[in-house]
Design a protein around this ligand. Structure first.
Ligand SMILES: Nc1nc2c(c(=O)[nH]1)N[C@H]1C(S)=C(S)[C@@H](COP(=O)(O)OP(=O)(O)OC[C@H]3O[C@@H](n4cnc5c(=O)[nH]c(N)nc54)[C@H](O)[C@@H]3O)O[C@H]1N2
Ligand SMILES: Nc1nc2c(c(=O)[nH]1)N[C@H]1C(S)=C(S)[C@@H](COP(=O)(O)OP(=O)(O)OC[C@H]3O[C@@H](n4cnc5c(=O)[nH]c(N)nc54)[C@H](O)[C@@H]3O)O[C@H]1N2
Ligand code: SF4
Ligand SMILES: [Mo]
Length: 720
């Protein structure tokens, strides 16, 4: 007999409502939940085929221990005891930093994973924490902290009132309108506004599915958005087009911006970003004059050495033209929990990395530093590592160096569904639970939705009996290592007592776990219509509930700066901008004439859905896309096999000629070339395409966000 479960997709923050048909414990169909009042219209094939990952033929079903070159299944008791004993021995010998962790993007789509992971890390006391932020969104966190006083202060887009969209480094037609915000059906809503007369301007070195629909496309030189945006700030301030009131009452530092732009030259900036000066002036003037307008910056902006400055200047444009907290601009959505206040209660210990002495960004160090921290001897060297929801060898820079370092670890533990590239040296593979098998209340992203919205992501099916949610693994490890969870003395004993009680009474809910936190969060959440949400409201709305209208006026209150103002010109950003201005204009190094750009695909999720049969039926893999004029110079024809090389690596792929990239730029989609191994069946690995991040030197990083140059590195191309 089949039943229907309503839940939401947790692959990306679009969070599409799903209607899942289940027969026995098997998913027979996944469709959009059109009764979901907030999000379903972005529904895509990734969500539709999510059961293929649940039923992955190579899924790890029980903990697996490495024995020589093969793996054998083990019990959880054996896994936890062995991992705990080996980590404890290393910590006793070398201190807590001997254990390191990397957590990837999917960790953020679980309500319990990161909280309990940090609880375990605090328990053992290691500061060797590495995260995906350094190949994604760190620039935004750094900017939010400096300008608004909190890393989590993420403004949301008020699309339906917007008359002028300036979209920089984003391809919403493919990736949907989400990063540190989510606007369901955002791209369609922007196109609907366009039909009513709004203008869409997109800044992107590539012609994309989004630029095809734009009114204007500025094909910027990769990595030079900072120059383009600084030029726009200059035009606006020099021509007196700014919003007087916001520049004096909402923000501080606008005079420092004036001084900065006075020292910059429009022709120089235009030459740097390679966008004609008159187009820059036109867009700046139109943007300032539009009734409702917004700049939106995303990963195309952040993944460069000047990423933070560019991200900052995007926010500056919104602030100085009066777009914050006004219709058609960027709002602050308080959601139903005050994540900013809660994150402020967690006081992270400041920590500098051992070798380069860099501070953490958003609670973690940068992936680019990880290989040396593993391979360089001395106190604080990482000797054991846990990878939680990540594939950093493919997603991060210089994968070969990281792979080589991971091979040298005394202990590598991976929690995942399948064994991918980054897990190939693992001593232990621990089987994870898919979101279709897990309950999640994503309360801490509630203020990133473009309206107050709450949905409990119910599980559709039970996980395989041998799989475990991460939170439980972290609790078990803390107990086995005799380290106080969350650093709170006595908590382990309490957890054990609740476990006993749950067992004796046969009421699993009595065991301490994330559901306690979910209930607490809702019980102490914001009031709507004078009343707090009750847990039974949550449960009785399986399609989710919109809790109220989109409101303005919360932004000022949410600011966490000491003077409750927006800091428009944080000194470290101004200084970095001056450094960039003093640098010579960008030029390709000898032998590496092309900049390597990147694209996402509708049917890929970073590095992890490419092997699913339902998503990429024909011609799986990635190619290198070359402009026909560049190809002619290289003597390359469509379909030729070419070698793409950089100082740190080389890969071979098929050439495809297209004028999608600007001349001097070649495109290779990221996320490909990750092998999927078969630890249970012992068959050979499957792999599609090539890992373009093998070409990225990890050393040059944005000094402010510590992000590597994933989208503007230089490469050479030759026919094989
Ligand atoms: N060149 C280039 N590189 C990029 C990007 C780019 O645009 N260009 N994009 C960057 C961005 S934005 C991101 S977010 C990163 C992603 O970087 P990562 O997060 O490191 O890598 P993913 O490819 O997302 O791999 C996620 C892994 O988690 C596993 N997984 C999925 N769900 C779960 C779960 O619930 N539990 C557990 N335990 N495991 C799970 C998957 O099977 C997969 O192996 O890549 C970055 N890398
Ligand atoms: N289908 C699908 N959807 C996804 C994901 C996915 O993997 N697949 N990933 C999700 C995740 S983790 C994230 S973080 C979001 C990211 O969402 P987006 O940031 O919108 O990601 P992209 O689609 O890669 O768009 C980035 C654009 O920036 C352009 N770009 C590259 N370099 C530059 C530059 O120097 N300047 C400018 N102006 N543009 C540049 C690229 O050509 C590309 O078109 O998407 C999410 N949605
Ligand atoms: S992956 Fe597709 S279905 Fe899932 S939330 Fe994102 S857009 Fe929606
Ligand atoms: Mo991301």
């Amino acid at each position: 007999m089949s039943e229907t479960v309503y839940t939401f997709c947790r692959y990306c923050l679009a969070s599409c409502g799903l209607e899942v048909t289940v027969d026995g414990n098997r998913i027979t169909k996944i469709a959009a939940d059109k009764q979901n009042p907030h999000s379903w219209q972005d529904f895509c094939a990734k969500g539709r085929t999510a059961n293929q990952l649940v039923e992955h033929p190579r899924r790890i079903l029980n903990p697996m221990r490495r024995v020589g070159d093969t793996y054998v299944e083990a019990t959880w008791d054996e896994a936890i005891a062995d991992i705990a004993a080996r980590m404890t021995a290393l910590i006793d010998a070398d201190g807590p930093d001997a254990v390191g962790v990397y957590y990837g993007n999917p960790a953020g789509f679980s309500s319990s994973n990161v909280i309990f992971m940090n609880g375990w890390l605090d328990a053992i006391g290691t500061q060797n924490r590495y995260a995906v932020g350094s190949v994604d969104q760190n620039a935004m966190h750094v900017v939010a902290q400096a300008m608004y006083g909190s890393i989590l202060m993420a403004p949301v887009s008020d699309i339906d009132n917007c008359d002028y969209f300036l979209l920089v480094g984003t391809n919403p037609a493919v990736s949907a309108w989400n990063w540190l915000e989510t606007v369901p059906a955002g791209w369609r809503r922007a196109l609907a506004r366009q039909r009513q007369g709004a203008k869409i301007v997109i800044v992107d070195p590539l012609r994309t599915e989004s630029t095809e629909k734009a009114d204007m496309h500025l094909a910027v030189r990769p990595g030079q958005d900072w120059a383009l945006l600084l030029a726009m700030v200059k035009v606006i301030l020099d021509e007196g087009l700014e919003h007087r009131q916001d520049c004096t009452e909402l923000a501080t530092g606008v005079d420092d911006l004036r001084t900065l732009v006075a020292d910059a030259d429009l022709d120089d900036l235009a030459a740097r970003c390679d966008v004609p000066r008159r187009e820059i002036e036109q867009v700046a003037r139109e943007f300032a004059a539009a009734r409702g307008a917004m700049v939106v910056t995303r990963t195309g902006v952040s993944m460069h050495v000047a990423g933070t400055v560019a991200e900052w200047l995007g926010h500056v444009l919104n602030v100085i033209t009066g777009r914050m907290d006004r219709p058609g601009g960027r709002r602050y959505e308080p959601g139903y929990v005050d994540a900013i206040r809660m994150s402020g209660m967690v006081k992270a210990k400041p920590h500098r990395s051992r070798l380069l002495g860099r501070e953490m960004v958003a609670g973690a160090h940068a992936l680019s530093e990880l290989p040396d921290e593993i391979t360089t001897a001395g106190r604080g060297q990482i000797r054991a590592m846990l990878i939680n929801c990540g594939n950093p060898v493919v997603s991060g820079p210089d994968g070969a160096r990281l792979d080589n370092a991971l091979a040298q670890l005394e202990l590598l533990v991976a929690i995942d569904f399948v064994q991918r590239e980054s897990h190939r040296h693992a001593h232990w593979l621990l089987p994870a639970v898919h979101w279709l098998e897990r309950d999640d209340l994503l309360a801490f992203t509630s203020n990133m939705h473009d309206e107050p919205y709450l949905q409990y992501g119910a599980r559709a099916v039970e996980p395989p009996p041998g799989a475990r949610e991460e939170w439980r693994i972290f609790v078990d490890l803390a107990i086995a290592m005799n380290a106080p969870l969350f650093g709170a003395k006595g908590l382990n004993g309490f957890v054990k007592a609740t476990r006993r009680l749950a067992r004796i009474t046969r009421r699993p809910a009595l065991e301490f776990g994330p559901h306690w936190i979910d209930r607490l969060v809702v019980a102490t959440g914001r009031k709507f219509n004078g009343r707090r949400i009750k847990w039974r409201d949550v449960i009785s709305h399986p399609h989710g509930m919109v809790l109220g209208p989109r409101e303005f006026g919360h932004f000022r209150n949410a600011l966490r700066t000491d003077d409750k103002k927006v800091h428009a010109a944080p000194p470290e950003f101004v200084e970095r901008a001056r450094e960039l201005l003093a640098e010579p204009r960008p030029e390709a190094p000898l032998g590496y004439p092309f900049q390597l750009a990147n694209r996402r695909r509708r049917h890929s999720m970073n590095s992890w859905l490419n092997e699913l049969p339902g998503l990429h039926p024909a011609g799986k893999g990635n190619d290198v896309v070359i402009h026909p004029k560049d190809a002619a110079d290289l003597g390359v024809s469509d379909g030729d096999l070419v070698r793409v090389f950089s100082p740190v690596g080389a890969i071979e792929l098929k050439a495809v000629l297209s004028d999608a990239p600007r001349q001097g730029v070649v495109i290779i989609d990221h996320g490909w070339g990750s092998r999927v191994f078969d630890p249970r069946g012992g068959a050979g690995p499957v792999s599609y395409g090539a890992n373009r991040n093998l070409l990225i030197d990890a050393r040059p990083v944005d000094p402010l966000s510590q992000t590597a140059t994933l989208s503007s590195s230089y490469v050479g191309v030759e026919r094989v």
